[in-house]
Unconditional design. Structure first.
Length: 160
């Protein structure tokens, strides 16, 4: 199932096609990164965000954005603090935010996980639900990217 198909099941929107194109472009262009299972999720998120920005020029696409005027109060209970050098860090901010900064127009949050992640996804889902509810994002997605032997595959879960 493509990302568009998964999202269209919940609500048709131009964002879905842009996301499909960005993910496919990312897989085609950055296959080397995906083939190396040791590459950090933050590196993958950043590269995906670049491809997504190219598809959504009228939106701001930010990684680990923390510039909201109103903090998301549920977040202090979601993840444990970490430091920047941790290669498997669990942060409080969504990996990718698609929005118009400082306007309240919030389109999508994307949490990226590697197929070989040793962590469960419960905290990621909890984080996405809290941000979606409190910050008014239209979409919240958990995107699993195939890495290593699974490079080139992906799966999306739409978070309600």
């Amino acid at each position: 199932m493509t990302l568009s198909q998964a999202l269209e099941a919940s609500a048709p929107h131009p964002f879905t096609g842009a996301l499909d194109t960005a993910v496919q472009s990312f897989i085609d262009r950055d296959r080397y990164l995906l083939g190396n299972a040791r590459v950090n999720e933050r590196a993958l998120s950043f590269r995906l965000a670049l491809h997504l920005q190219a598809q959504l020029p009228d939106w701001d696409v930010d990684c680990e954005y923390n510039g909201w005027n109103t903090p998301c109060h549920a977040m202090k209970h979601v993840v444990t603090p970490t430091h920047a050098a941790a290669t498997e860090a669990r942060t409080i901010y969504p990996d990718i935010a698609v929005h118009r900064r400082d306007t309240g127009h919030n389109l999508a949050l994307i949490e990226v996980v590697k197929s070989e992640s040793r962590f469960g996804h419960h905290q990621d889902v909890k984080k996405l639900k809290a941000y979606k509810a409190q910050m008014g994002y239209e979409f919240a997605l958990l995107l699993t990217l195939g890495v290593g032997v699974d490079a080139g595959t992906h799966h999306v879960e739409v978070i309600a």
